[in-house]
Design a protein around this ligand. Structure first.
Ligand SMILES: [Zn+2]
Length: 131
């Protein structure tokens, strides 16, 4: 998925309201401090994280493990990529992405723990995506 900046928001190819060659659109190739999701459909966008960004996601995963996984299904995802999915599905995609980065053994354990705790989501995804 592409990752575009337009009018202070982030969009995927499909939701970008103007042509991608418009002078108002900027294609994102840089590193950033947090994961990116399309502001319209919430689909995860291509991004690469800075070290700060990796720390941010790890911190988030740690909080989820400590305070409980958020299995709520929120209305804001209706009609979007995550429709009918629990909130932790979004974070789970971030966690998968982290596997592409260099992590210490301890950090790797945090990611694996989170993925283990949310593995139910995997089935969920398949259920909603096969039709
Ligand atoms: Zn989109």
């Amino acid at each position: 998925m592409g990752h575009y900046h337009y009018d202070c928001d982030e969009y995927c190819d499909e939701c970008l309201p103007v042509g991608e060659n418009s002078s108002l659109v900027e294609y994102d190739m840089g590193e950033q401090d947090s994961p990116a999701n399309c502001c319209q459909c919430h689909r995860p966008l291509d991004y690469s994280l800075t070290q700060e960004g990796v720390k941010y996601v790890l911190g988030h995963l740690k909080n989820c493990i400590k305070n409980g996984i958020d299995w709520n299904i929120y209305d804001c995802y209706v009609g979007s990529y995550y429709e009918g999915m629990p909130h932790c599905a979004v974070v789970r995609d971030w966690a998968f992405e982290l596997k592409n980065y260099f992590l210490t053994e301890e950090e790797e354990e945090i990611v694996d723990k989170f993925l283990e705790l949310t593995k139910e989501v995997g089935n969920w995804h398949n259920k909603t995506k096969t039709n």
